[in-house]
Design a protein around this ligand. Structure first.
Ligand code: DGT
Ligand code: CA
Ligand code: CA
Length: 514
């Protein structure tokens, strides 16, 4: 096992012990150890081979033995026994928002709830509200979380889908019978959350391509295996569809299967308005539905279809019928932000709080990427679960950041490592006073513990925006994709406050927030 696999086992042990009601020092020791391993910069097997586990923070003899065993044998009887001693469905309950180990233990001990399936009925019957530490409110929250989970059981974050799709696309591209290939659907439109992955291939030999596709590593189940299409379930539970077409149909099929459905409808209407017909097989000189190749308008690329319909090329990201037609018609489509436009980032964490890397490692990487600046904005003290900084540690960090910054300046580099904080927006103000904030290059203010009252959240956010020390609001809305809805607040009012005061609104690029 490598360090991440061992860390996952240790963290699971910590969780299982929590579910058993073990003392917090013991359970925390496992979670902490997992984090130490995740942050290692040298290979874990090397540390084990050289007998140096004892040098790691918090690694006593018992823990060293367990880690060494996991690294060398890939399993640990203690872990297996612990798992066997609890109902197998219990850990999944922890994934329900609002259910911690203490509550799960109580649900199990007092109501016999040991799986997700057994959770809903007692909630609906109002039996959970009677338990110690669980009121009407937590009961309603649990029901909401169950509904949320169900709704998104077959939805996936873009990043998870990309990780599955990219190696398959790469592999298709290398197949001798593949002429052109691409992803399509919501994945190609770069939607933040996607249902299934779509692939499109052009080929003269569909059978060979489809056989190759269903045999890809990562394919867990083959749902359908036809002459021109196939559907599979990939490891991780994401469905993927493949369609194979002739190369002369490829641009039309690509446009059609990229969608969105709403965008396609307008495209088809524009074709009809010009006396043409558009479908997945082509753009045809015809006043009725057809797929007759003799009537097909010659288009080599998607771009040609747009041109024939009086439009500039619309990149997939904008194909949602959200105004792209008017813009493409008047040739005023916005230029999309590209990777090379990125000059730096103003909301980042380090290993001083809940980030992984040291200031030096972060600066080196940002510099290597050719960025101009990078701000270190770790959490403030109220975010204690994220190891937030108090004033004393913040002062030390300011010095440390300045020292790293100077080392670049000394080499004649313009790269700037900036000091900063992600300061918590609390009930009645910010977690640090203005005097402290004034010393920092970048102040990000974030609402981490929102109220259930929209007015109250709006008041807190507006007040933060109005603080002259605050440069930007962090992850406005607080949503976590597929996990947590946005908190309730009056977005236009907050935007106005930001506009009036020149406060920026962060475009959070975390794939779990977007
Ligand atoms: P998803 O998978 O739910 O995240 O969303 P999409 O957009 O990938 O949808 P999917 O996989 O069902 O179909 C892929 C594309 O195929 C879709 O974006 C547009 C096209 N398409 C599918 N069904 C229809 C339809 O009934 N009418 C039209 N015009 N296009 C469709
Ligand atoms: Ca799809
Ligand atoms: Ca699909």
């Amino acid at each position: 096992m490598d360090k991440d696999e061992v860390a996952a086992v240790l963290s699971e042990i910590g969780t299982l012990l929590e579910l058993k009601g073990e003392n917090p020092f013991k359970t925390r020791a496992y979670h902490n150890a997992a984090r130490v391993l995740e942050g290692l910069t040298e290979p874990l097997d090397k540390i084990v081979a050289e007998n140096r586990l004892g040098e790691l923070k918090g690694f006593g003899e018992a823990l060293q033995d367990k880690v060494a065993r996991l690294v060398t044998t890939g399993s640990l009887p203690y872990h297996d026994e612990l798992k066997a001693s609890l109902p197998p469905g219990l850990p999944a309950l922890l994934e329900v928002q609002g259910l911690g180990p203490k509550k799960v233990k109580r649900l199990h001990d007092e109501l016999g709830i040991d799986s997700m399936e057994k959770l809903e009925a007692p909630c609906q019957a109002g039996r959970i509200a009677g338990l110690e530490g669980c009121g009407e409110k937590s009961q309603a929250k649990i029901l909401e979380a169950i509904a949320f989970k169900r709704q998104f059981a077959s939805r996936h974050c873009l990043i998870d889908a990309l990780v599955c799709a990219e190696p398959i696309l790469e592999s298709l591209r290398g197949h001798p019978d593949v002429v052109r290939c691409s992803t399509a659907g919501s994945l190609r439109r770069w939607k933040e959350v996607i249902g299934d992955i779509d692939f499109l291939v052009s080929s003269r030999n569909p059978a060979a391509v489809i056989g190759f596709f269903v045999a890809q590593p990562g394919v867990q189940t083959v749902l359908a295996h036809g002459d021109t299409k196939a559907s599979v379930i990939l490891a991780g539970g994401i469905q993927a569809d493949l369609r194979v077409v002739g190369d002369e149909e490829y641009p039309f099929a690509l446009a059609y299967f990229t969608g969105s459905k709403e965008h396609n409808i307008v495209m088809r209407q524009r074709a009809i308005a010009r006396g043409l017909r558009l479908n997945e097989y082509g753009l045809f000189r015809s006043s009725e539905e057809t797929r007759d190749p003799a009537l097909r308008v010659d288009c080599r690329e998607e771009r040609d279809i747009f041109e024939h319909l009086g439009l500039a090329y619309v990149p997939p990201e904008l194909r949602e019928d959200h105004g792209e037609f008017a813009a493409a018609e008047s040739r005023r489509l916005p230029r999309l932000v590209e990777w090379t436009d990125l000059r730096g980032s103003l909301h980042n964490h380090s290993n001083w709080a809940d980030g992984r890397d040291s200031l030096e490692a972060i600066a080196a990487h940002a510099h290597e990427l050719g960025l101009d600046y990078w701000a270190i904005t770790d959490h403030s003290r109220a975010s204690f679960q994220a190891n937030g900084l108090d004033v004393r540690r913040l002062e030390q960090q300011i010095e440390a950041v300045a020292a790293v910054h100077r080392s670049y300046a000394a080499e004649g580099s313009d790269f700037r490592l900036l000091t900063g904080i992600e300061v918590d927006i609390l009930k009645d103000g910010l977690d640090f006073d203005d005097g402290v904030l004034a010393r920092l290059d970048v102040v990000v203010a974030s609402l981490h513990v929102p109220s259930s009252d929209a007015l109250e959240n709006t008041r807190r956010l507006v007040r933060a925006a109005e603080n002259p020390q605050v440069h930007q609001l962090g992850h406005l809305s607080g949503r976590l994709l597929l996990e947590r809805e946005a908190y309730k607040f009056d977005l236009p009012a907050v935007l106005k406050a930001c506009a009036d005061t020149g406060t920026w609104i962060e475009l959070n690029a975390s794939p779990y927030r977007f």
